[in-house]
Structure formats: C-alpha cells, structure tokens
Design a protein around this ligand. Structure first.
Ligand SMILES: [Fe+2]
Length: 141
C-alpha cells in the first residue's frame, strides 16, 4: 500500500510541476482562462500531495521526499516543451487519465486491505480530478 501511495506522490508531484509550468508559460488569447485554471488545479494537487504523503506517515511509511526519487517512481513524463494552450490542455487531459488509472489501482488495493481511510482519501481525490477532466474536455469542444 505504501509503495502504491508513494507512486501517487511521485505522479502528483510531477503533475503539479507541469501545471505550474503551463500556468507560467501559457500564451495567446486564452491566456487569462488557462492561466487561472492551471493555478486552480495545481493548488488542489498541492493539497492532495500533502494528504497522500501524510497518509503514508499514518501507515508508518516514509513518503518520497527528493525530486530524484519522484522522477524514478512516476508514470508521468516531465514536459520540457513550450506547447500552445490547446496542447497544454490536451497533455493535462492525458495526465489526468493516467493519474485516474493509477488512483483506481491504489483504491482497489486499499479496498482489498480493508484500509478505509485510504479508500476515502483516494476516492475524494479521484472525484476531484474527474471534475477537472470533464471541464477541460468541454473546453476542448
Ligand atoms: Fe501565478
């Protein structure tokens, strides 16, 4: 369970940094909307990283705490590019879909271990991400 949760810490940390990158570097007519939306999502993700890490501590594990270990354990890719706004949204949608799959896998493991606090935590995070997913898809048209 701790290993799965640390995988999520790694994924969410990389995702957080990508959203900060998009918030800083988005350009064009959609600037105001996307600049704000990326900030809204990374603010939530920052809180979620904290909650997952503290759950790991609650389970008597050690959360990942170096960027090197985050990169070794993430299923996401960093984004060194400067894509346009629409492409930033497309990459965010793809990342949310990947995070969602990894969350569902961890939720299933927590259910099998009868670990209710972890199930509840991850369910809430999953629901929050799904809300962003449909809104970003609606933006794409
Ligand atoms: Fe800002």
């Amino acid at each position: 369970m701790i290993e799965k949760l640390n995988g999520l810490v790694a994924d969410f940390t990389v995702f957080y940094q990508k959203l900060r990158h998009y918030h800083w570097n988005v350009k064009g007519k959609e600037f105001f909307k996307l600049h704000e939306k990326f900030e809204e999502i990374y603010t939530e993700v920052g809180d979620q990283i904290d909650e997952i890490a503290e759950r790991i501590v609650g389970l008597e594990g050690t959360p990942l705490h170096t960027l090197g270990h985050m990169l070794e354990n993430t299923a996401l890719n960093e984004d060194p590019d400067l894509p346009g706004g629409a492409e930033m949204v497309a990459r965010t949608v793809a990342d949310i879909e990947s995070l969602s799959a990894r969350l569902q896998d961890a939720i299933q493991a927590a259910e099998e271990a009868d670990d209710r606090p972890t199930v509840n935590l991850l369910d809430g995070i999953h629901d929050g991400l799904q809300a962003h997913l449909w809104m970003l898809k609606a933006w794409q048209g």
